[in-house]
Design a protein around this ligand. Structure first.
Ligand code: ZN
Length: 695
């Protein structure tokens, strides 16, 4: 592993931060923290922490010694100086004299020592940084170091690699006890350059930011070299296998492995938790596969090395202690795969409950059981899935699972992967300070739901993308215009899918991509459409057929593909169609548009009728006079002129006298998605038009 230190970059960082009033020590601290955070082999997703001891003025001008230490919620890769809140060392150092300190008291003492009362909570490892004398301290969960510390004979291995240059600290849960233990170990070996925390990670010390950082790189490199001697090298985050450890000898796999797009909806359905009739807590999936992941999930000893626990305790809260392992996905025997995966899921959840019950029994204050759903699923022959309440959380779980694949792979090359005990993992998973790292507040109404919006790149579709995102759903923006889809997807943090809804293969490919990326589909807003005109007795048949292709047939293609995915999930679903006022109240010369829309209204009712027993609901919105590509400014002007009124009067020509917007229509779609007991319904959004009203 090479040092990424650059004098020029360091100078630039100092220059930039100095302009913000940040001192030199903290500026360099921020610079090297980012260097560490930029390498996923060292830390990912908020793991690790760093600190610097410096002097800062208080409001009254008194200069006090402070520790600037990473704040909770900040990621090292993107940290800013304000992500390293300053705490007064004179307030923290005396705590080292205590024999014990509760977690809540520790957090309170740390907050009480903040210079800025509005700063984020200092890291749970703050006292460890405070009790040690070094100016700069860096802490990571480097993969290569974990491969050495996650071993039955970790201490001997670390001695072999580091000699007396590093102190060894046995596993102690982070917090006050670890801070004291580390301080005691250091007092016995005051000359060390850092510490290895068994089954946890590594600390490096330095008098300068560069020294602490480069010591980290050196120590991690020594670990990498030890792993390479055992038969593996880790280069650029990818293990290059020179020699395959025996544990990874592959099992016999079925001849044809089902694709992730077929497997994911089955697993997603099995993970969904019933909340009541027809209601589920849903999970989003993130699929990963690579030669390294396949070697891992196909290994003959998978059930041993993958069932020890996580590479470092920090992961437990996002991945749970253990992944779920399913049978291989035999493409020729999917019913058998589903039955096997179901049995595995039931056994996993029963085991999780037993783990909670057994470990909760020894708690002074009983804990509240968390959900029993796995956050990582390993499928031999295929790869791994991360699970989360949102696509972003699922991706984090998948990233951490990949890190575990790398660490366990290297650990098995060196010896035998061994993690912290079940009881120790429980203490982390149910630790109040770790729980605080997870998202707070009530989940949004559509959290965990995956919605696909066709024609999502503009107009009503784009408004739907924003509205469903605001309701908590993960949004897939499908549009024939790739750049339009990407622009809206970027805005809502969603997935862009290029899709021509009039082509069967394009729709199939789009839905397969969504199932692979997110695990499935819960809601479809079948919105793509275009207005064709013509007097019905004279119109070219081609015009009518083209309109039917997009305004009717495409809706059927999209709905049918969605039902295919929903059927694998077995958790119902919702099909929403954009039909126009034209479907109910035809306008003159709009037959080519209104006729297929009328057929689509009937299509919606047929889906409601035929698939209600699968829990799949269907509904439509009939809107009128929305400023979009279908009704552009030129058309509005023409129509207004024909009636001898202004465009504004035309647009608000309804019972309420109010112009209707794309956002109003999007709100109606969200409302229908949330109306769990409503199907075969049409909701009118037109400001009031008696001829188009349904009842
Ligand atoms: Zn740590």
């Amino acid at each position: 592993m090479d040092s990424r230190w650059s004098d020029a970059d360091a100078e630039r960082a100092v220059e930039r931060y100095t302009k913000q009033g940040v001192g030199l020590d903290l500026a360099l601290r921020t610079y090297t923290t980012r260097l560490l955070g930029a390498d996923p082999r060292l830390v990912i997703h908020g793991g690790g922490n760093t600190s610097v001891k410096t002097v800062m003025p208080t409001l009254t001008g008194e200069r006090v010694e402070v520790l600037c230490v990473k704040g909770s919620g900040w990621d090292m890769a993107s940290i800013e100086p304000q992500g390293l809140p300053a705490v007064r060392l004179d307030a923290l150092r005396p705590l080292a004299e205590l024999d014990a300190l509760g977690d809540e008291e520790m957090v309170s003492a740390q907050r009480g020592a903040l210079i800025d009362a509005n700063a984020p909570n200092p890291s749970v490892e703050t006292l460890l940084h405070a009790f040690l004398p070094h100016k700069y301290i860096d802490h990571t969960h480097a993969n290569a170091v974990l491969a050495l510390t996650d071993q039955p004979d970790a201490a001997a291995l670390c001695r072999e690699v580091y000699g007396e240059t590093m102190a060894l600290v046995p596993y102690v849960m982070p917090g006050f006890a670890l801070a004291k233990r580390a301080m005691e170990v250091f007092r016995e070996q005051p000359g060390v350059e850092g510490m290895v925390l068994l089954r946890h990670g590594i600390f490096s010390f330095g008098e300068s930011a560069r020294e602490a950082y480069e010591r980290m790189i050196d120590k991690v490199t020594l670990a990498e070299q030890r792993i390479a001697r055992a038969g593996r090298t880790t280069l650029a985050g990818v293990a290059m296998h020179r020699k395959r450890p025996k544990a990874f000898a592959p099992i016999r796999l079925p001849q044809r492995i089902a694709p992730a797009a077929d497997v994911a909806p089955i697993l997603r359905g099995l993970a969904a938790q019933p909340l009541g009739p027809g209601r589920y807590r849903r999970w989003v999936l993130a699929f990963r596969s690579s030669p390294q992941i396949l070697e891992f999930v196909n290994g003959s000893e998978l059930t041993r090395y993958a069932q020890q626990g996580t590479a470092t305790p920090d992961h437990v809260i996002r991945t749970k202690r253990l992944p779920l392992i399913t049978p291989p996905a035999d493409a020729d025997e999917m019913a058998g795969f589903e039955a096997g995966a179901r049995a595995a899921m039931e056994a996993y959840q029963a085991a999780y409950h037993a783990y909670f019950t057994a470990n909760n029994a020894r708690q002074a204050v009983p804990k509240t059981e968390l959900d029993p759903v796995p956050r990582v699923i390993l499928v031999p022959g295929l790869g791994l899935f991360g699970l989360g309440a949102t696509a972003a959380e699922a991706a984090v779980a998948a990233d951490l699972a990949e890190t575990n694949v790398e660490v366990i792979g290297a650990a098995e090359a060196v010896g035998t992967f061994t993690a912290i005990s079940e009881a120790e993992a429980f203490d982390i998973e149910y630790w109040s300070l770790e729980q605080a790292k997870l998202g707070k507040g009530a989940a949004k109404a559509l959290a965990g739901h995956i919605v696909v919006i066709t024609g999502g790149g503009s107009g009503i579709g784009a408004a739907c993308a924003r509205a469903f995102r605001a309701a908590g759903a993960d949004v897939c923006v499908a549009d024939v215009d790739e750049r339009a889809a990407e622009a809206v997807a970027a805005e809502v943090g969603g997935l862009a899918v290029t899709c021509d809804v009039t082509r069967h293969d394009s729709v199939e490919a789009a839905f397969a991509k969504i199932a692979e990326r997110h695990g499935g589909i819960d809601i479809v807003v079948s919105n793509a459409g275009r207005a064709w005109q013509g007097r019905i007795g004279e119109v070219d048949e081609r015009v009518l057929r083209d309109s039917f292709e997009l305004n009717f047939w495409a809706h059927q293609t999209v709905a049918q593909a969605a039902v295919g995915v929903m059927s694998r999930q077995r958790t119902g679903g919702c099909l929403l169609f954009n039909v126009s006022k034209q479907a109910i109240d035809p306008g003159p010369n709009f037959g080519p548009y209104g006729l297929p829309k009328a057929a689509t209204l009937a299509l919606m009712r047929q889906y409601a009728l035929d698939h209600g027993r699968d829990g799949i609901r269907a509904a439509a919105v009939n809107a009128d006079r929305i400023r979009t590509g279908l009704l552009d400014e030129a058309m509005i002007t023409t129509r207004a002129r024909a009636r001898g009124i202004s465009p504004e009067t035309y647009m608000s020509g309804n019972l309420l006298g109010l112009e209707v917007s794309a956002e109003d229509v999007a709100a109606a779609f969200v409302h229908l998605a949330l109306s769990e007991k409503t199907t075969a319904a049409t909701l009118t959004v037109d400001g009031g038009n008696i001829a188009a009203s349904l009842r």
